[in-house]
Design a protein around this ligand. Structure first.
Ligand code: NDP
Length: 280
């Protein structure tokens, strides 16, 4: 058995597979074969975004898989340049069209995008989509405690997830705590630190002792913390490896060792300042 059948319940009652495939930095033509390989390997959760410019390729792979729409959990994200009242809902329709699906399972505000000051209006659009039954769940990404605090003050629906950068060197304990305290599931993006987490000697030692790879140790650490993970790989061998997480358990001591590796080393952008439009 692999970890691909594990699910986590979201606050609206929808179940999300705990392990998915991320496709950031995979071009659209490549996304078609990468997502096809992932679906053939049993992945049932794909994480894309309008900004990744590969929704068309992802959609082709979904269609060619022959799987029913309700067998695959599909997430995409609102670009910064599409934020606003009315424009967010229109961007959602465009994303569905590119993916050639009637609806998404999860739609996220990609970034708070402070220069625009439009995430609040965008959230109202997402709430309307949810109320109209046009999307199964809505959430946010890169939201810090202050953003969640403000959102709770006006929102009719709380986000189902907060997708944030989390890996051993960058654990974002405040954002994780602010999310989980409100029943918002944390989805770890760059869960392997874009590969940088795998070189840590402490992780190598645990991997050797358990007879698994460093990537499996890091992903298992996320699962034991209850987080959803969306590791990216274009390699079918690594897809299989990243899903093979049930044959071992990390001890409380292993967990404490990895918990102790936080150095504040971010690999991605800082939500306090990231405000490019994301539209090419
Ligand atoms: P990850 O932490 O998933 O790391 C990906 C890197 O690790 C790639 O270089 C990959 O190489 C390598 N890798 C994957 N599996 C293994 C393995 N078993 N052994 C060794 N190396 C491995 O980084 P990402 O930044 O891609 O994050 C994952 C996903 O999170 C993205 O694809 C995207 O969906 C999402 N994301 C969301 C963001 C947001 O703002 N909401 C921002 C960034 C990411 P290779 O492909 O060659 O195997």
């Amino acid at each position: 058995m692999n970890a691909l059948t594990r699910t986590v319940a979201l606050n609206g009652g929808v179940e999300i597979p705990q392990v998915g495939l991320g496709v950031f930095q995979v071009p659209s033509d490549g996304a078609r074969s990468v997502v096809s390989a992932a679906l053939a390997a049993g992945y049932r959760h794909i994480d894309t975004a309008a900004a990744y410019a590969n929704e068309v390729g992802v959609g082709e792979a979904l269609r060619e898989s022959g799987l029913r729409r309700d067998e695959v959990f599909v997430t995409s994200k609102l670009r910064n340049g599409d934020q606003g009242r009315g424009t967010a809902a229109a961007a959602y329709a465009d994303t569905c069209e590119r993916l050639a699906v009637e609806h998404l399972d999860l739609y996220l505000i990609h970034w708070p995008n402070p220069a625009a000051g439009l995430w609040q209006d965008s959230w109202r659009d997402l709430e309307d989509l949810l109320d109209a039954g046009r999307v199964r769940a809505i959430g946010v990404s890169n939201f810090l405690p202050e953003h969640l605090e403000e959102l709770v003050g006006f929102a009719r629906h709380l986000p189902a997830v907060n997708q944030i950068e989390v890996h051993p060197a960058f654990q974002q304990r405040e954002a994780v705590a602010a999310s989980t305290a409100r029943g918002i599931v944390v989805e770890a993006y760059s869960p392997l630190g874009q590969g940088s987490a795998l070189a840590a000697s402490a992780i190598g030692e645990i991997a050797e002792a358990r007879g698994v790879s460093p990537a499996q140790v890091v992903l298992r650490w996320h699962l034991q913390h209850g987080r959803v993970v969306i590791p990216k790989t274009t390699s079918p061998e690594r897809m299989a490896q990243n899903a093979d997480l049930e044959g071992f358990v990390l001890s409380p001591k292993d967990m404490a060792v990895i918990d102790g590796l936080d150095s504040g080393a971010r690999t991605g952008n800082d939500p306090r300042s990231f405000s490019i439009s994301q539209i090419r």
